[in-house]
Ligand binder design. Structure first.
Ligand code: AMP
Ligand code: ZN
Length: 460
């Protein structure tokens, strides 16, 4: 069966044909590391991890290259560094912020069951490539220098029209409308009001590098050029899939396409543009001011990462998702059940009933429905399919132990009470044995008697 992916550029599902099946290449925009990642940031991480796993399943693990960058140069990082480490020189403070936040991001996404990308490039390690692209753009007449800035001109791009895409094609906007709608307070050094920054001068104390185009002042890159440079370095001028959240289509991805295609004189940067829909919390936009801003880190204190993962995948990646407590509780129950029956089973091949919906533009809700279908009749298939989707990283016992720890229930105390109850039943003191059962239930512990003895688990 074919793999079909929805392409934002052509606005349709198309059969996925890799440029080179021995080297399938995907780039996804990663985090700007200045603070804890929120649960919205987890969505592209999980969605594109499922795609990465599916591509590896289909083309072979060694034949898929997944690049997700880390943006470690940004105004928000500078502000955070100045605020958190006022006593340190800014560059040192910035290093501290990006190191801490980068580590935290890894801890978070590892817990979500996301594989590490093949390469995780940092913007600050690719300044040379950025300068090179900028030089090419100036040489081609697509960019110009003004007051120590370098600016890209979308109008020059659309006027050139020589085998290039149209600026605005990805986000389905017309440049004329953008020109008409641009803000009036456009920086005076811009020739056109839709021109965007490729390079800008650094203020004293800010991170800075030698500038391109013979600009004497030291400077730093704009945001969009970073991804063009890192994608080029690790995936080449033209690759298969480029992904990110829907908010990145404009201006970030529109500008990436413009930079890359104009620098390398080509029609396409990526053959498929994929964007995940937005996440909101209990039917409201997540924001710090509304007080419903939840970090992955906070959620992981209450829920195993795989519960967050399942909860995310219950909604198709292109639809908006409403993140609710009720849905999380259901996801936790489902995973408890899967762990109990499939975590220790020998996994079989992922089942076709699960793989086929995934091949249809990552239809994870349908794949999850198929998992429920396998539950009653093919445990090996269920286990193999769950693993393909990035679940069952722990054994059933580890899962249960984690639940016990999270619940605050003292396992030794539970074992002692169960032994007492067994003794009471032995002497036919059912009043006492019922009392202990109720006591355990009140502690959140469910017990089950069988021929082998009494087992227990945390009741959710
Ligand atoms: P940022 O660090 O804000 O650039 O975001 C990193 C990634 O998370 C990007 O791919 C964004 O599109 C994505 N993202 C940010 N907020 C949300 C949200 N509420 N729902 C879904 N994706 C989001
Ligand atoms: Zn990007």
């Amino acid at each position: 069966m074919e793999l079909r992916l929805h392409d934002t550029l052509t606005r349709e599902k198309r059969t996925f044909v890799p440029l080179d099946p021995k080297n399938v290449r995907m780039y996804v925009c990663g985090p700007t590391v200045y603070d804890f990642a929120h649960i919205g940031n987890a969505r592209p991480v999980i969605v594109f991890d499922v795609l990465f796993r599916l591509l590896r399943h289909r083309y072979g693990e060694a034949n898929v290259k997944y690049v997700r960058n880390i943006t470690d140069v940004d105004d928000k990082i500078n502000d955070r560094a100045a605020r958190d480490f006022p006593g340190l020189p800014l560059n040192e403070a910035i290093r501290k912020v990006t190191e801490q936040t980068g580590k935290q991001f890894h801890a978070d996404v590892d817990a979500l069951g996301a594989l590490r990308p093949t390469v995780e490039p940092r913007a600050t390690e690719h300044i040379g490539e950025m300068r090179e692209i900028i030089e090419k753009l100036i040489a081609g007449g697509f960019a110009y220098v003004a007051e120590d800035h370098v600016l890209f001109s979308p109008q020059a791009m659309n006027a050139a029209n020589a085998g290039l895409p149209r600026y605005g094609a990805l986000s389905n906007r017309s440049l004329d409308e953008m020109v008409a709608g641009a803000r009036v307070d456009v920086a005076p050094y811009k020739k056109g009001n839709t021109d965007f920054v490729l390079w800008k001068p650094s203020k004293p104390g800010e991170p800075s590098w030698p500038s391109p185009a013979g600009i004497a002042a030291q400077g730093r890159p704009g945001w969009h050029i970073e991804c063009s440079a890192m994608a080029w370095k690790h995936l080449g001028e033209h690759f298969d899939i480029h992904g990110g959240g829907i908010d990145l289509v404009f201006p970030h991805h529109e500008n990436e396409v413009a930079q890359t295609c104009c620098a390398f004189h080509q029609q396409r940067m990526a053959n498929y543009w994929m964007h995940n829909g937005f996440l909101q919390v209990e039917s409201e936009k997540m924001s710090k001011s509304l007080g419903n801003f939840i970090t992955i880190h906070e959620l992981l204190k209450d829920w195993p990462g795989e519960v967050l993962r399942l909860n995310m995948l219950k909604t198709h990646y292109r639809s908006p998702i409403d993140w609710t407590m009720k849905s999380l509780e259901e996801s936790a129950k489902t995973l408890d059940d899967w762990y109990r029956i499939a975590a220790d089973a020998v996994p079989g091949e992922p089942d076709a009933s699960v793989v086929e919906p995934l091949l249809d533009d990552l239809n994870t809700p349908q794949a999850i429905a198929a998992l429920h279908g396998l539950r009653g009749n093919d445990i090996a298939g269920l286990a193999g399919s769950l693993r393909l989707l990035g679940f069952l990283a722990e054994s059933a016992a580890q899962w249960e132990r984690r639940k016990q720890q999270a619940s605050g229930v003292d396992a030794k105390e539970v074992e002692r009470l169960i032994a007492e109850r067994t003794a009471a039943r032995g002497r036919k003191d059912f009043k006492e044995s019922d009392r202990i059962r109720d006591l355990l239930a009140a502690m959140g512990v469910a017990i089950k008697d069988s021929k082998e003895g009494t087992t227990w688990e945390i009741a959710r």
